[in-house]
Design a protein around this ligand. Structure first.
Ligand code: HEC
Length: 121
């Protein structure tokens, strides 16, 4: 009886994963989806890909094809990296395309450091 709990938990996790993967993304939700995928990059590459001091390189406004190719090369190991080869493996090529498209669409600019620097809220 005790073992039923972990099994149910695993089933739920599997269902949640399946739902995440199989739910079709409506066209109007694509931008939101791309943005949320890209949000995982902001810890290192800065908000909206505007990195602080350019380390690691900023992604905002870079060429989409360049970004996509870089991510694919990290994923396959063609391009060496300290971190990105691991990170890139977590995404499908379709997700990488959305992420690349998102960052390419962002206007490059200075990194936002604190709310005060952005004029405050
Ligand atoms: C934990 C920190 C970290 C995270 C998170 C991260 N990156 Fe990176 N990124 C790096 C570092 C460091 C480099 C330099 C290459 C290396 O050593 O891995 C880099 C390099 C890159 C480059 C090459 C840039 C160029 O000008 O050639 C691209 C493209 C890139 N990252 C995209 C992304 C994307 C897209 C995400 C989110 C899906 C992401 N990174 C998440 C740290 C990170």
């Amino acid at each position: 009886m005790r073992s039923a709990i972990p099994r149910t938990g695993a089933w739920c996790a599997g269902l949640a994963l399946a739902a995440t993967v199989t739910v079709p993304v409506a066209a109007q939700d694509q931008a939101t989806y791309a943005r949320s995928l890209a949000a995982t990059c902001t810890a290192c590459h800065g908000t909206d890909g505007r990195s602080v001091g350019g380390i690691p390189p900023g992604l905002a406004g870079q060429n989409k094809d360049y970004l996509l190719q870089a991510m694919k090369d990290f994923k396959t190991g063609k391009r060496g990296a300290t971190i990105m080869h691991q990170h890139a493996k977590g995404y499908t090529d379709e997700q990488l395309e959305l992420i690349a498209g998102y960052f390419a669409s962002v206007t490059p600019g200075p990194a936002a450091s604190a709310p005060a620097a952005r004029g405050g809220y």
